[in-house]
Design a protein around this ligand. Structure first.
Ligand code: M6R
Length: 608
């Protein structure tokens, strides 16, 4: 979603801002803009479309500016256009504002500003901020911003630049992240550490209702009520190499191929193979309470919600705790029955998803133990939950989540193992699970070696407009995930179902034009799935199946098979999802789609 970057120092700011925006491209956007102060005056450029277009217009501009702000916009209020792109300006062009988030009462505020004679240039909710600040300005910019923000309802991460105080950047947040990068005689602010890391890894995370005044010497943080706060300087947990493609054509492909390492990073130091157990430092102080919860509610969105479904199966199987899985967007609004005896676990790669954050707040407000399973270190959900576990999968840049999913499943398996060993799971059973976990990276490698074979299947996939993904048991959520991957990056309409549900409706769609992708590995429901494949074949469907190594039955029955090594049933999803990620990837590439930045999608969904 929208991205913010700002710089103050001695370097030429325009190329630096463009570079910062490029680091935020992965979040998804439709227009971009910059504003700088050059010789005491505000100067700006905005452009609809890719940052490269903005860059072209800026190249050749002779500017000595060394302070500026920039933004990538993902349209919410008003179409993607140059007019609606940020920064927005007051009428005298003395103040520029970039904004992430949504101002909920903007209609009322806009009406009253219009009545006072203010003119609006865009259709955005964000523009009201700059007029409010101008209205409140009386010689002290920090005061004006604080006063203006008292009038708004909603979420914001804002950066303000003004020729009234030309050496300072002003930043404030409520519900939309901002990180300050501390450099040597230069400082930066961004909505995401990836725009900072090539300048500095020393950062200060702004909390909700805090405001920073930043110049090249340092950053002063106070609350929006003007109280001093002490902020610790922390280290970004990644470096520039994590943000580069490392020889791969796309970040998504790199991230798919990283998975043997990233799942191991999620297990490292936590998996106790000899003891048949797992130790999760982040849960140390609350695992007892979790184990004695009357139930565990897992809440998440998108891919993380699919991981949550697998978590439900894992935790119920090994730990015997009742688990419910709920879309965060539903959980937050339906006044769920949650109390002190419940644990709510939020799963999120970004740690910033607005719906998941709201669900966490709802759970906390109702007295539940609120835990987080996040990838992004220092993210809002990681900081707002009572405790939690990091995935340690490293930055995920591709909009389509891949390595975060497998690390989420691995971490859930570790939680299930630890909880199980606290109750009825024997050391012997625990060791079987732990050993299977340890062997997964090697098994993943052997699947990744089949990339060319999967690419050849993708070549046949591209002519189709629809696809059905079917799996049962632990592989039902994998069917959902495979379908989501296919639709979000290749724009082929794909649906996932529990295989047995097919005959209750979707079977009507089966004909020779309908690819049906089965997960048909040798597990407890294998024979049932074979019957479902027969049903599709009997109706002329084109069957692609992910099967266990050496499965002759499936090889003769299906049109295409992808063979994968065996592991215990509960961990199969970590392996079965890999061919589906690759199938979606190659299909999208062959179709010429923008794999890393699919249309309309944002990496981190910070609005409702
Ligand atoms: O950062 P989160 O895990 O909270 O994000 C949740 C979803 O927005 C995310 O998984 C989305 O569905 C991805 N595009 C899936 O590839």
């Amino acid at each position: 979603m929208c991205g913010i970057v700002g710089y103050v120092g001695d370097k030429p700011v325009l190329p630096l801002l463009i570079n910062g925006l490029k680091r935020l491209e992965y979040r998804g956007y439709d227009s971009a803009g910059v504003a700088v102060i050059d010789e005491g005056q505000l100067w700006y450029k905005k452009k609809q479309g890719k940052i490269s277009g903005l860059e072209l217009e800026i190249n050749g501009v002779d500017s000595k500016a060394s302070i500026g702000i920039a933004h990538t916009r993902w349209a919410t209020h008003g179409e993607p256009s140059e007019r609606n792109a940020h920064p927005h300006f007051d009428q005298d062009y003395k103040i520029a504002v970039v904004h992430n988030g949504i101002i909920e009462n903007y209609v009322q505020l806009r009406d009253s500003l219009l009545a006072d004679g203010y003119r609006f240039y865009s259709e955005t909710d964000s523009e009201i901020l700059v007029h409010l600040i101008a209205m409140c300005y009386d010689g002290d910019m920090a005061f004006a911003i604080r006063k203006a923000l008292q009038l708004v309802r909603g979420t914001f991460g804002i950066l303000v630049l003004s020729s009234y105080e030309p050496d300072k950047l002003f930043a404030a947040r409520r519900g939309s992240p901002l990180v300050i990068g501390i450099g040597d005689e230069e400082n930066l602010i961004a909505s995401d550490g990836s725009a900072l890391v090539e300048h500095t890894r020393d950062v200060i995370y702004l909390e909700d209702d805090e405001m920073a005044v930043v110049d090249k010497k340092g950053a002063k943080v106070r609350t929006l009520q003007d109280k001093t706060v002490f902020k610790a300087v922390e280290k970004l947990p990644f470096d520039l190499t994590h943000l580069q493609k490392g020889g791969y054509a796309h970040f998504m492909l790199k991230e798919i191929f990283e998975q043997p390492d990233t799942i191991w990073d999620s297990m490292r130091g936590r998996l106790l193979v000899e003891d048949g157990n797992a130790k999760l430092g982040g849960l140390q102080n609350c695992i007892e309470r979790m184990a004695h919860s009357s139930r565990l509610i897992i809440t998440a969105c998108g891919t993380s919600w699919h991981a949550a479904l697998i978590g439900e199966y894992l935790i119920e199987k090994y730990a015997n705790i009742p688990v419910e899985v709920e879309y965060a967007s539903e959980f937050r609004y339906r006044d769920p029955i949650v109390s002190r005896v419940d644990t709510v676990l939020a799963i999120t790669q970004s740690g910033e998803t607005a719906d998941t954050l709201a669900a966490v707040r709802e759970a906390k407000q109702k007295g539940a133990l609120a835990l987080g399973l996040c990838n992004v270190v220092g993210s809002t959900i990681a900081r707002e939950t009572h405790a939690g576990v990091y995935l340690h999968a490293g930055p995920e840049i591709g909009v389509a989540s891949t390595k975060a999913f497998t690390s989420q499943v691995i971490t859930l398996a570790l939680i299930a193992l630890a909880l199980g060993r606290m109750s009825h799971l024997s050391a012997e059973d625990g060791r079987e699970i732990a050993q299977a976990l340890k062997k997964l990276p090697d098994k993943m490698h052997s699947i990744l070696k089949q990339a060319n074979h999967i690419e050849s299947i993708a070549k046949k996939m591209v002519t189709h407009h629809h696809a059905l993904y079917l799996g049962r048991g632990f592989n039902y959520p994998v069917a959902l995930e495979g379908a989501l991957k296919m639709k979000e990056i290749s724009y082929i309409h794909a649906e996932g179902y529990p295989a047995a549900e097919m005959k209750h409706g979707p079977i009507a769609l089966i004909d020779a034009q309908m690819p049906v992708i089965f997960i048909a590995v040798k597990d407890a429901v294998y024979e049932k799935v074979i019957s479902n494949i027969e049903e599709v074949k009997a109706r002329g469907g084109w069957v692609i199946a992910v099967v266990s190594d050496g499965d002759d039955t499936c090889t003769s029955l299906c049109d295409e098979v992808i063979e994968i090594p065996h592991t215990i049933q509960s961990l199969m999803p970590v392996l079965t999802v890999i061919p589906l990620q690759l199938l979606a990837y190659y299909t999208a590439v062959i179709k010429g789609c923008d794999v890393d930045q699919p249309r309309n999608l944002a990496k981190s969904v910070t609005v409702e």
